[in-house]
Design a protein around this ligand. Structure first.
Ligand code: 5AD
Ligand code: SF4
Length: 342
């Protein structure tokens, strides 16, 4: 019966939450292998074996919100707050450009509206100097900001829904409203961005059927990118003592997302790499097709403290995950494997 459901993934249009919940819960070890292989076949057919590598610069960690799970939350007084200058940010971007990377992600906490002009300037400078594709990951901002960023040349915007369970969303986001967050994604699309979204696996009280609903939401939205990470406890947050999300469940969410969301980009996330030493490789073997490395200056890197034990996903780490997963390094990347000694 599980195998029948897997076969339906190719054509079936309307999915009930119950069936997606079943897909997420293979009853036997064999069924679990079948899920992974089906996801890998779908990924292989739609996107091939090359893993797309993108580079993020975390240019500031100030945040006006207080999400219970996140180390950057404004009530965390134990964190050193920083904001890179335009020169520092451009240096990091130039490094990424020299690695051969073609898509960069500008990421920060949710800054206040006064930051808008400096971000618009940054986008223009990056476009004129390097012509890179630009993804923004800056949280919820005004409709006017979204248009200004798009006009300045940014291409993609990443805004995770985190969870589509209204009760759970409210419990972990003291400042946010689920409907509003969904409206922001519509605004972003209307402003002309390619949409990235995604969510967390393992929030307290999150059920499998709630994860099934997240996947159906991403599918309906037609997201171009879906970033999925396990919840990881962060020091000095209300959730610091909770258990991290489950590796196995996170991988099953990757696979079912690949099966139901088609050609979408699924990164094997830093959170997955931080949960387990082989997490990033495993993500690539369960439906993911890209990696977002981080290239934040060494002096401030530790302050972008979303959660504890964050893995350092640099160029070497990303390429090692790709090779370990048996996949291909993209030809545009300038990376040579360190010589094997024996
Ligand atoms: N564990 C895992 N992911 C987290 N994020 C924030 N805090 C955590 C955490 N404790 C993710 C959220 C958010 C992005 C900034 O980082 O999904 O979208
Ligand atoms: Fe701020 Fe985003 Fe962290 Fe929430 S998840 S506290 S908005 S950085």
């Amino acid at each position: 019966a599980y195998g029948d459901l897997l076969l339906q993934c190719r054509e079936r249009e309307d999915w009930a939450v119950d069936d997606v919940t079943t897909l997420l819960s293979p009853p036997t070890a064999q069924d679990k292998i079948a899920l992974r292989l089906a996801a890998e076949a779908a990924r292989q057919e739609t996107l091939g074996d090359v893993v797309d590598v993108r580079g993020a610069v975390e240019f500031g960690n100030e945040c006006r919100k207080d999400c219970f799970y996140c180390g950057l939350r404004k009530s965390n007084r134990h964190l050193t707050r920083y904001r890179l200058s335009e020169e520092q940010t451009m240096q990091a971007i130039e490094d990424l450009y020299n690695m051969g990377i073609r898509t960069i992600i500008l990421q920060s906490g949710e800054e206040d509206e006064r930051a808008t002009a400096s971000i618009v300037d940054l986008i223009r400078t990056i476009k004129s100097r390097f012509g890179l594709r630009i993804t923004l990951s800056l949280g919820e901002r005004s409709l006017a900001d979204y248009h200004a960023f798009r006009q300045a040349g940014a291409n993609n915007y990443l805004l995770r829904i985190e969870t589509t369970d209204p009760e759970l969303f409210r419990r972990v986001h003291p400042d946010d409203d689920l409907e509003e967050r969904m409206q922001h994604l519509i605004w972003l699309r209307e402003a002309g961005f390619l949409l990235g979204t995604g969510g967390l696996v393992g929030l307290p009280g999150q059920s499998i059927s709630s994860l099934a609903q997240d996947i159906l939401y991403w599918r309906k939205l037609g997201a171009n990118m879906i970033g999925i990470g396990p919840f990881l406890p962060a020091a000095h947050t209300p959730f610091s003592q909770l258990e991290p999300g489950d590796l196995d469940l996170t991988l099953r969410v990757y696979a079912v997302t690949r099966l139901l969301c088609g050609r979408t980009f699924i990164p094997s996330t830093t959170a997955l790499a931080s949960l387990h030493p082989e997490g990033q490789k495993l993500g690539l073997q369960w439906g993911a097709n890209s990696i977002m490395l981080t290239h934040t200056p060494e002096e401030v890197r530790a302050h972008y403290h979303l959660y504890q034990n964050k893995a350092k996903v640099d160029l070497d780490f990303a390429c090692q995950s790709i090779l370990d997963a048996g996949r291909q390094i993209p030809p545009y990347l300038r990376w040579t494997q360190k010589e094997e000694r024996y």
